[in-house]
Design a protein around this ligand. Sequence first.
Ligand SMILES: [Zn+2]
Length: 348
Amino acid sequence: MRATVLHAPRDIRLDDVATPELRLGTDAIVRVVASCICGSDLWPYRGLNAQRDPFRIGHEFVGVVEQVGSDVSTIAPGDFVIAPFTFSDNTCLLCERGVHTSCVNGGIWGNPDQQGHDVDGGQGEIVRVPWADGTLVATPSQPSQEMVAQLLTLSDVFPTGHHAAVSAGVTPGSTVAVVGDGAVGLSAVLAAKRLGAGRIVAMSRHADRQAIARRFGAEEIVAERGTDGAAAVRDIFDGVGADFVLECVGTGDSMKQAMLSARPGGRIGYVGVPHDVELSVPQMFSRNIGLAGGVAPVRSYIEDLLPDVLDGTVTPGDVFDLAVPLDQVADGYRAMDERTAIKTMLTL
Ligand SMILES: [Zn+2]
């Protein structure tokens, strides 16, 4: 079968690799129907992470189950399934508390599982899924082609935006500012709206992204960045700032912008993968700013978000503005790297 392999920075190829097989009774074999490229995939693509090359990349996919191991009871061949961006048993102490990303038996696509068996990346034709009962969420029926893109966002980007809103504690009628206009930031706007936020400001300089932010529920757009952007947010919200700020970038500048956009007593939910972020705890102390968030435990949110996606209440799949066949995966990466695409879907 074919799968995406990152050989070196900006050298990404679709290679022939071993077709996965069941290894453990708790496994499933899933044929991928659609996958996508994450903003976080761009860090190794650009050579900005310590690189162990070549490696199998991709962690967001939906597909159809082909085979299950003897211990799998809730997932069956033929099911259409959503795979969260980490695998987890959904039964351990930490999964029970909703922190599936820290599952004691869990792991990351493209890396060996805890038994030492290789696990496929998500940007390929077939994936061996460990802990199939715990990891996968099956839809009640086979989705339409249009719905596939919507469901694919439940693999990472929409629940990650939701995690920012939940971590901040967004309440009905509250004011919210979103830092970051990537797919996660746009998803955070949608998630805040879904949770009942009264007034949402999206921070974006790009017309296409501003349009999606407005469609997702942002009432106002702030194009300025940094201290100017934060000052504009404070102006909009009575000169004091937003009740809740959703930080969806992960840089030192974006966190500073988030801190200065929050009102005294406000809370920041952060989901941007941090790179060189430092916090001013004295500033947080004097202004009573709270901070929560981290890597999104997507699996804990999928069942909550799925009904609203299936009935069209929310359309998180609007973040995909480019779809390419898997064999053009290198073009998909280039488009996201050059920011000509917000988010690329890979079709199979
Ligand atoms: Zn667990």
